[in-house]
Design a protein around this ligand. Structure first.
Ligand SMILES: Nc1ncnc2c1ncn2[C@@H]1O[C@H](COP(=O)(O)OP(=O)(O)OP(=O)(O)O)[C@@H](O)[C@H]1O
Ligand SMILES: [Mg+2]
Length: 379
């Protein structure tokens, strides 16, 4: 027998490593889900995805505001450069038969046939694909709210990767990663967490125990609600864990980073830097997170307490080019307070404040405020 070389199947290509790293930077505390997605991507890149099926069918369970939708958006950002490069179907919107027509179009001859451009079409599905990545992301949100008619369509997509539109055209999903999300079991999970906090403080083994319990509770809720026919078509059920304090702090950092990015790339082109003190961070965490809704309201809290006041400060020229703004909290007033560091702003930052005018023209300030307001994300 000739010499043999031992191979290492645990190695991932640099593309996939980069993908995984970028997702972990964006999505906190859900590493299991991220790793799973990275594996799917690797199989796709190797050209070994099974034909005649979607690239993967993943069911995300777990509490609200834990990152289920965010993970799909983050994958879109990493793959295609924008969070909304996803074909998203809110199942709750397609309860009745006329609403199904909005999804797949109506048969020729039916009233409104020509006017209704279906939400799902091959072009719509493929629109974000790039030369490098001929794959699509599809998200069915809140599937527990899907009507029977929608379930039938869904079963066909998950199984055969095809959907027949109202006018008999076919849509091919074999290059799609399909994500389905549901909050099923989240009430039980939060009960478990509340009862389980003692466990969390205990030995690591106990912690593991709680984690397994969370998984089991979610899976059982899914089995009760969904047919075996459906669950058999799912490649993997991933249970998102409720975010704990340390995760929420990281989510806050990420969201504050987004605001700084909006400021830095605002059209006016005269950025400033803000820093939040510990009390300010604590205030935003208090306002924007809670055990029931996870990080769901964090963005809104940041918009209300940070972005709106900052827009006013910009529009009234109280913040100028290159300033360093310290954001603190006044707990007695229940709001954030803003102070300008009067010297040494941006020291050590890559920008060169001295090369730019100390006070930006008022019109630029207005533009900056408008840009900030316009870019406010919808929650
Ligand atoms: N794990 C996380 N990592 C980073 N950000 C997160 C995470 N979880 C939640 N967020 C923040 O909270 C927002 C809401 O989260 P997301 O939409 O992913 O919730 P969800 O799990 O889909 O909840 P729902 O079941 O209510 O749809 C996100 O846009 C993001 O700002
Ligand atoms: Mg969601």
């Amino acid at each position: 027998m000739g010499a043999q070389t031992v191979l290492d199947p645990s190695l991932q290509s640099s593309d996939v490593q980069e993908f995984e790293r970028s997702l972990l930077d964006r999505v906190v505390g859900q590493d299991r889900a991220v790793r799973r997605l990275a594996r799917v991507y690797q199989v796709f890149l190797a050209g070994l995805a099974s034909p005649g099926r979607p690239l993967v069918n993943l069911l995300f369970l777990g509490p609200t505001g834990s990152g289920k939708t965010r993970l799909v958006e983050a994958a879109a950002e990493v793959f295609f450069g924008k969070a909304n490069a996803v074909l998203k179907i809110d199942c709750a919107e397609f309860q009745h038969s006329h609403e199904i027509a909005k999804l797949i179009g109506s048969p020729p001859g039916y009233l409104g046939h020509r006017e209704t451009q279906p939400l799902i079409t091959q072009e719509g599905l493929d629109q974000f694909q790039t030369e490098k990545l001929k794959a699509s992301l599809v998200l069915f949100d809140e599937i527990e709210k899907a009507s029977d008619a929608l379930w039938q369509l869904l079963l066909g997509i998950l199984d055969k990767a095809t959907l027949t539109l109202g006018d008999n055209r076919r849509v091919d999903f074999s290059r799609s990663m399909i994500f389905l999300t549901s909050n099923l079991g989240s009430q039980e999970i939060s009960n478990l967490m509340r009862g389980g906090l003692g466990f969390m403080a205990g030995a690591p083994g106990d912690n593991e125990n709680l984690d397994q319990k969370i998984y089991r509770v979610a899976i059982e809720a899914a089995r009760r609600k969904f047919s075996a026919e459906f669950l058999n078509r799912i490649d993997k059920v991933i249970v998102f864990r409720p975010l704990e304090r340390e995760h929420l702090e990281k989510v806050l950092d990420i969201e504050l980073g987004h605001v700084q990015e909006r400021i830095t790339t605002a059209e006016c082109g005269h950025p400033f830097v803000f820093r939040c003190t510990e009390p300010a961070r604590e205030f935003l965490l208090q306002e924007g997170t809670d055990p029931k809704s996870g990080a769901r309201h964090l963005k809104r809290a940041i918009e209300r307490h940070l972005v709106y006041p900052v827009s006013n400060l910009l529009a009234t020229s109280q913040i100028r080019l290159g300033d360093l703004i310290i954001v603190d909290a006044d707990t007695s007033l229940g709001k954030l307070v803003f102070r300008r560091e009067d010297q040494g702003a941006l020291v050590g930052e890559p920008a060169e404040p001295s090369a730019q005018p100390a006070v930006a023209p008022a019109s630029a300030q207005h533009r900056a405020a408008r840009t900030l307001a316009r870019r406010a994300p919808r929650d």
